[in-house]
Design a protein around this ligand. Structure first.
Ligand SMILES: NC(=O)c1ccc[n+]([C@@H]2O[C@H](COP(=O)([O-])OP(=O)(O)OC[C@H]3O[C@@H](n4cnc5c(N)ncnc54)[C@H](OP(=O)(O)O)[C@@H]3O)[C@@H](O)[C@H]2O)c1
Length: 332
């Protein structure tokens, strides 16, 4: 049986993505399951992988991108007894999910309640898990605290605001003026990152935590927003990734140097893959908790647009045009 997948044969602009038909679906090896993909994402991190600017991808070209998926198991390899054909699962694949069928290690699969919409469920895997782990595991946010979220109308930003409102946090969010209303509706005070100084908007008294994937010179300004015992969670260098600033990596180094000064504040770096490697149990636990919140109707991910897998190029173009509120999902 043939199947389709989206591959990239070179690094570059969205049109390096191409839909191809493969002659036979892959066969799961021992310890693997084959998943029929139902939903995957087009997210900013995929665009970094597509441009060859993402540290940690070992695949050789050509390969399929696709950082996360929700799908249905349609075959199991030798030795798999805890997962069954027909079961819905989620996985953080990092690459490979832009395919109608793919084989993944069974240990990567996290069960998904059947009743969930695959597009909403897949929003939990990379985007909400990132927000949840930064909020709970790293910043250890407590009810009523003040936080500042950068890129607050983006995929991770809206997830942070949803989860922050469950904790009744007092929230500030930087966004472009066009997305200020989205930020306000999610319970945060919008700050226009093009025309306002977020430092003076939140200090005094400052905030307990800042979530910053903008990087570069933004890190130093975010650090100034912290109150005593506050934490800056750095999780990306968006500005250098889009070519607006140089020195993304060195801005991480400079930020970490700040921890040498005993000023009562701290900075930590979050990477979903690094934390998952260190604490695979946390990832499963946190993703399962998110599925329960979704099932209970306590969170409502913003899906800006749903595309077909075959429209991956259009989804990537839209991502790079910017200004989207929420997440883009690709459906099989
Ligand atoms: N470390 C990890 O494990 C991890 C996990 C997931 C994501 N990430 C990173 O997190 C970042 C966000 O991902 P995402 O999927 O949420 O991307 P996204 O949906 O594209 O959101 C990025 C947001 O940042 C806004 N923005 C751009 N420049 C800004 C500035 N100077 N100040 C404030 N906001 C600004 C954009 O607004 P406009 O569109 O209006 O310009 C957009 O809303 C990316 O860098 C991604 O690589 C890291």
């Amino acid at each position: 049986m043939s199947y389709h997948r989206v591959i990239m044969t070179e690094y570059g602009a969205p049109d390096v993505l191409a839909l191809v038909e493969e002659p036979t679906i892959p066969v799961p090896q021992s310890g693997e399951v084959r998943v029929k993909m139902l939903a995957t994402s087009a997210c900013f991190t995929d665009t970094l992988i597509r441009r060859g600017r993402y540290f940690g991808v070992k695949e050789k070209l050509p390969f399929s991108p696709g950082y996360d998926l929700v799908g249905q198991i349609d075959a199991v390899g030798e030795g798999i007894t805890h997962l069954q054909v027909g079961q819905q699962v989620a996985a953080l694949t990092v690459t490979g999910a832009y395919a109608e069928y793919l084989c993944i290690p069974a240990e990567e699969c996290v069960p998904v309640p059947d009743s969930l919409d695959p597009a909403e469920a897949v929003s939990m895997v990379l985007t909400y898990a990132t927000a949840y782990q930064m909020l709970h595991r790293l910043a250890k946010a407590q009810r009523g605290q003040r936080i500042l979220v950068h890129g607050a109308s983006g995929a991770v930003g809206t997830a942070l605001l949803h989860l922050g409102s469950l904790l009744e946090l007092e929230m500030f969010g930087t966004a472009s003026a066009a997305n200020a209303e989205t930020v306000r509706q999610l319970g945060a005070v919008p700050i226009d990152y093009c025309h306002e100084d977020f430092v003076t908007r939140v200090t005094p008294p400052g905030v307990h935590a800042v979530f910053d994937a903008i990087g570069g010179s933004n890190f130093a300004r975010s650090y100034r927003c912290l109150q005593h015992s506050g934490t800056l969670v750095a999780y990306g260098t968006y500005r250098s990734a889009v070519g607006e600033e140089k020195g993304g990596f060195s801005s991480y180094m400079r930020l970490m140097m700040r921890n040498l000064v005993p000023d009562g504040k701290s900075a930590v770096i979050y990477s979903i893959t690094a934390l998952k490697k260190q604490h695979p149990d946390w990832f499963r636990e946190d993703l399962s908790a998110l599925f329960q919140l979704l099932k209970a109707g306590r969170i409502h991910p913003i899906i800006a647009r749903r595309f077909k897998l075959a429209e991956a190029v259009d989804a990537h173009r839209l991502l790079e045009a910017r200004g989207i509120a929420g997440k883009l999902v690709l459906l099989a």
